[in-house]
Design a protein around this ligand. Structure first.
Ligand code: PHE
Ligand code: CA
Ligand code: ZN
Ligand code: ZN
Ligand code: ZN
Length: 277
């Protein structure tokens, strides 16, 4: 798998920040900043040769949008999916939550195109709308699948907050096969990981897991407090939250740890290359 240039991920985050700045300070469901975020991601994927579609849903009197991007080829009976929610809360621009996951999987998708990857399995990327009101977009997508379509999803990988400013390295422990792909990558770099426990049921993997799809993912921490032991393993500041700006106006481009963003993006690329091969 390629090493993804973290500068490209950061450039996407800078663009998402500008989109928020130009649209009342957020990228929330039902707000113009959300639509502009979809347009930005979709244009890059279209230019790279993905087949994109926008799925609409209604919530709270506003239309929400999921963006789905398929990389042509691979077995349609074995779909490997990666997803991130693209909406922010109304309080701020949502750069760590979840510009970080959205930009990471975008750059991995663009690397798939750059490499002209010909995977055995089919690769599909998703940017979910309205996670923040309770996984509304991802639930809508999963609700629209019949059991046969669900059975063809080999795996769903979720990335929600992967650049936390006081980061931890948490790997979803829902499925041992998917967990191991990530823990192998971190172990090879001598980076400690912990099983993800803060987020169980709290992000877009939940509707997939509820239908029996194997799920995995990465997470760098939200409002839980980093312990002394964790600071010993990972650096950063014990006694402070992994992301003190979680769901706040200060979740800006300043609220990102570049090393965590870089490592997690590279780990995502590794996992998708491995799992789709
Ligand atoms: N889903 C949470 C949010 O968007 C973030 C989160 C992700 C929390 C994973 C815990 C684990 O606000
Ligand atoms: Ca990198
Ligand atoms: Zn629909
Ligand atoms: Zn959130
Ligand atoms: Zn989130």
């Amino acid at each position: 798998a390629p090493d993804i240039d973290v500068a490209a991920v950061k450039a996407d985050l800078t663009r998402l920040q500008s989109i928020a700045d130009e649209n009342g300070g957020n990228r929330a469901h039902g707000q113009p900043g959300y639509q502009a975020s979809i347009d930005y991601i979709k244009a890059k994927l279209d230019a790279a040769g993905f087949t994109t579609s926008v799925q609409e849903f209604e919530r709270g009197g506003a239309t929400g949008y999921n963006l789905i991007a398929d990389w042509p080829g691979g077995s349609a009976d074995q779909v490997v999916m990666a997803g991130s929610h693209l909406d922010s809360v109304e309080a701020g621009p949502g750069i760590n939550d979840n510009g970080s996951g959205s930009a990471s999987i975008l750059e991995v998708a663009l690397a798939v195109a750059d490499s002209d990857l010909k995977p055995t399995k089919h690769l599909r990327f998703a940017w979910w709308g309205d996670e923040e009101d309770g996984m509304v977009g991802s639930s809508h997508y999963v609700d629209g699948l019949d059991d046969d379509e669900v059975s063809k999803i080999d795996s769903y990988l979720n990335f929600d907050m992967v650049g936390s400013p006081n980061p931890g390295y948490f790997v979803y422990d829902d499925d041992p096969r998917l967990e191991k792909v990530f823990t192998d990558w971190f172990a090879a770099k001598d980076i400690a990981t912990e099983p993800e426990t803060e987020g169980d049921g709290r992000s877009d993997h939940a509707p997939f897991k509820d239908r029996g799809v194997p799920v995995g993912g990465l997470f760098s921490g939200a409002d839980y407090i980093k312990t002394e032991e964790q600071a010993g393993n990972w650096g950063g500041t014990a006694g402070q939250a992994f992301d003190a700006c979680y769901h706040r106006s200060c979740d800006t481009v300043e609220n990102i740890d570049d090393t965590a963003l870089d490592r997690n993006t590279d780990a995502i690329a590794y996992a998708l290359w491995q799992l789709s091969s």
